[in-house]
Design a protein around this ligand. Structure first.
Ligand SMILES: Cc1cc2nc3c(=O)[nH]c(=O)nc-3n(C[C@H](O)[C@H](O)[C@H](O)COP(=O)(O)OP(=O)(O)OC[C@H]3O[C@@H](n4cnc5c(N)ncnc54)[C@H](O)[C@@H]3O)c2cc1C
Length: 384
């Protein structure tokens, strides 16, 4: 985006351009197929890996691109602008699976998993939600019981992005419910090599249709001790820290969708005629475009601010929640106005306007609903 006020370094601008070029050249031509056919774009995986987009923040010593979090947000935004499904496949892999292994893993775990995740040999996912609990993440019922040879796991995790295609999952369990959130453990699960582990049917969703979502069942699965991430009882902390980072990615995804809605609507307004002039000359349409533009830029600034604070090791829980809350609501609002500007053409699948709305909606739900983001922001404000 020309003339944008937030200062980006030379390297960040290069990453942004690389992502935008890749998105336009390789992802955009597939976007309608991905949406209409609920198609998982497997042919993009080697290309994403080549560009370093599957190990964005992984240090080079583990085979990653070694980039910062602002660069990560830029990549997700550019991918989401053309295909929200592709952007969430990449963001769940990077921020939700690689993120906690990078931050909390032992040296052995990092050496074992990060190179394969960063090159796309393994695809990652993150399993916190369950059929009976999403927002109330401390109420886990998937159980882990310590045995002589490791940990016995039983339970179901629900709505897991990438699960049908994934190899590695960072998965949360309850060990001791009497300890509340301090009784939760996190594990690295090799989905294809763990006896008793099975993946459910692919969910038939409203939007992000090419992003595969399914549940994961663990039926008496025995995980060796070395699959535990950090210490027993650290699971909830790992989940919350991971979601702070993840929310910057979802905010960036929402910014990308909102930008796409604005760009398409602007172009359409310049072409469509009503009452003897293009609709861009009607003030109501101009007002919509102006408001969309404000929301896009404000959402983007919040997203970069949260991401930069993460890069600078500053607290960013509040900023990430603000970015995710504002950007997701902006994306839904912009997508709705984009449809309005397209009139009847906005309501049919010949144009992308309706896809932006279906894709935008999930950004208000996953990685913490808008209601939960407001709770997080308020609790940070009210903290003494
Ligand atoms: C497509 C998709 C992909 C997903 N991917 C993943 C994934 O990869 N990994 C994963 O672990 N999860 C994933 N999820 C789950 C997602 O994070 C949860 O759906 C979300 O956190 C909400 O949980 P819930 O669905 O159980 O809703 P609930 O928690 O039952 O909430 C229902 C409603 O009540 C509101 N509510 C709940 N508690 C409060 C409160 N205290 N105050 C005010 N309002 C409240 C909520 O905001 C919501 O509006 C995914 C979900 C979807 C749909």
């Amino acid at each position: 985006m020309e003339g944008f006020l937030f200062h980006l370094s030379e390297e960040q601008r290069l990453v942004q351009k690389m992502a935008a070029d890749f998105a336009a050249g390789s992802v955009k031509p597939l976007a309608r197929k991905i949406d209409h056919e609920h198609y998982f774009p497997k042919e993009l995986i080697p290309k994403l890996s080549e560009l370093g987009f599957l190990g964005v923040n992984v240090p080079e010593e583990y085979g990653g691109a070694g980039l910062d979090y602002v660069s990560y947000a830029l990549i997700i935004e550019e991918l989401a602008k053309v295909c929200a499904s592709t952007s969430v496949i990449v963001s769940a892999h990077n921020s939700l699976c690689i993120g906690p292994i990078l931050k909390f893993g032992t040296e052995e775990q990092k050496k074992k998993y990060l190179p394969k995740l960063a090159t796309g040999e393994y695809l990652g996912c993150f399993a916190l939600s369950e059929p009976g609990t999403g927002s109330d993440a401390a109420a886990q019922t998937c159980m882990s019981v310590k045995e002589k040879d490791g940990w016995r796991i039983n339970g179901v995790k629900n709505w897991i992005t990438n699960a049908p295609e994934a190899d590695i999952c960072v998965l949360f369990t309850m060990e001791d419910a009497s300890k509340g959130h301090k009784g939760i453990n996190a594990f690295i699960v090799e989905l294809k090599n763990t006896p008793g582990c099975s993946i459910g049917k692919k969910e038939d969703k409203l939007g992000i249709c090419g992003s595969p979502t399914a549940n994961i069942t663990l039926d008496d699965s025995l995980l060796p001790d070395e699959q535990l991430l950090s210490k027993p009882g650290d699971g909830f902390k790992i989940a919350m820290v991971t979601l702070d980072g993840g929310r910057c990615g979802i905010a960036a995804q929402a910014v990308g969708i909102a930008r796409a809605a604005l760009e398409d609507a602007t172009q359409y307004a310049l072409e469509r005629k009503a009452f003897g002039k293009t609709i861009s000359k009607h003030q109501s349409i101009q007002n919509y475009l102006a408001d969309m533009s404000c929301k896009v830029d404000a959402a983007r600034l919040l997203t970069f601010t949260a991401s930069r604070r993460k890069d600078e090791n500053l607290p960013f829980t509040k900023e990430a929640a603000q970015a995710k809350l504002f950007a997701s609501e902006a994306a839904v609002w912009c997508a709705l106005k984009g449809i309005q500007i397209h009139g009847g053409y906005g309501y049919v699948k010949d144009f992308n306007a309706e896809r932006y709305l279906r894709d935008a909606k999930i950004t208000e739900i996953y990685e913490g609903t808008s209601e939960i983001q407001r709770l997080v922001i308020a609790s940070q404000l009210l903290k003494q």
